[in-house]
Design a protein around this ligand. Structure first.
Ligand code: PMP
Length: 320
């Protein structure tokens, strides 16, 4: 992190730490716009993408403007709806956890879709997003692309055409900067300025110069991000195959985690046994996904350690 903060822009940002940070993300906002081929007025920079998601609820949802999202998706959407007093509907994913875009056509609600979805890792295409945005012109459609760099198709080109579309991104995943707390979003300048009004009236200096410097360093080092994504995708694909060979049902992931159902052991039991072995994976105590596990993809070596631990646990089970 220290190294990446020494890119030109980043160093300048750090050196100015005796001053309050820029109100709008400053050089980082401009750099993001340049990197993605949009104007700075189409970009908002926030304290993690959780902040912009919360602000989308605050700015555009209300008692009379409810929200809609999948029943199995990022857990914070319902939290943000509730703390902001926003009614919401949870639209069930299909049995295979795929999202049916038809369920979102013309529903007159503000729509939140994680694409790729968490924790399933499934993604839908840009064409589907376009149909959803086009059919809900009086509502915002927020596409949370936290995991898009691991295999999703971005909806970003659509923001020029659909004034109700917001594409949310983060530095926490593919750019490996979860500790810096920087998120951002792309949308029509009118939506962006509405969101900035929320920032200016709650916490105007929402991102520290140190965070801005780290994010600037990261975006300037796109080769590092590309290498990281390539390695994670390779480790993911290797692990998916290995889990399949051990009898797991694996959902083809477009993210940096794997959603899988063990065949020979209860999900909760495997989660607890791996925890005993010092490996933490995610178990959800929710009726629809209680048989499933979400495994974050690390380095190939870490994934090989995980596979070894799973094999040992299954062997001990069989011997009982
Ligand atoms: N969206 C999704 C789908 C996520 O999984 C996460 C990470 N937990 C976030 C948004 C928030 O990430 P951050 O606030 O670190 O940008």
């Amino acid at each position: 992190l220290v190294e990446i903060a020494y890119h030109d822009n980043a160093e300048e940002e750090l050196k100015a730490s005796n001053l309050y940070p820029p109100l709008d993300g400053g050089a980082l906002r401009e750099k993001i716009a340049e990197s993605y081929g949009v104007t700075p007025s189409e970009v908002i920079v926030t304290n993690g993408s959780d902040e912009v998601l919360n602000f989308i609820f605050k700015a555009f949802c209300s008692k009379t403007r409810p929200a809609a999202f999948a029943d199995i998706t990022y857990g914070f959407y319902s939290v943000f709806a509730e703390i902001n007093g926003v009614p919401y509907v949870e639209i069930p994913l299909k049995d295979d956890f795929s999202l049916d875009p038809a369920d979102y056509i013309g529903i007159s609600k503000n729509i939140f879709i994680a694409n790729p979805n968490a924790p399933t890792g499934r993604a839908i295409g840009r064409d589907e997003i376009e149909k959803i945005a086009a059919s809900n012109p009086d509502n915002v459609v927020a596409i949370d692309e936290a995991y898009v760099d691991f295999g999703g198709e971005t909806a970003l080109p659509l923001i020029k055409k659909y004034k109700n579309l917001i594409v949310v991104r983060t530095f926490s995943k593919s750019r490996a900067l979860a500790g810096a707390r920087v998120g951002y979003a792309f949308a029509d300048p009118e939506l962006i300025s509405d969101l900035y009004r929320i920032i200016y009236s709650t916490n105007p200096y929402n991102i520290s110069r140190a965070d801005l410097a780290m994010a600037l360093g990261a975006i300037e080092d796109s080769a590092y991000t590309e290498r990281l994504c390539k390695d994670i995708i390779a480790a993911r694909d290797h692990t998916q195959k290995a889990l399949g060979e051990l009898g797991f049902t694996v959902i083809e992931s477009s993210a940096n985690f794997i959603f899988a159902r063990p065949g020979k052991i209860e999900a909760r039991e495997l989660y607890l046994k791996l925890k005993d072995a010092g490996i933490l994976i995610r178990y959800f105590d929710k009726p629809r996904i209680k048989d499933w596990l979400r495994i974050t993809v690390g380095s190939l070596e870490q994934m090989q350690q995980l596979m070894l631990a799973i094999k040992n646990i299954l062997l001990t089970e069989e011997a009982r």
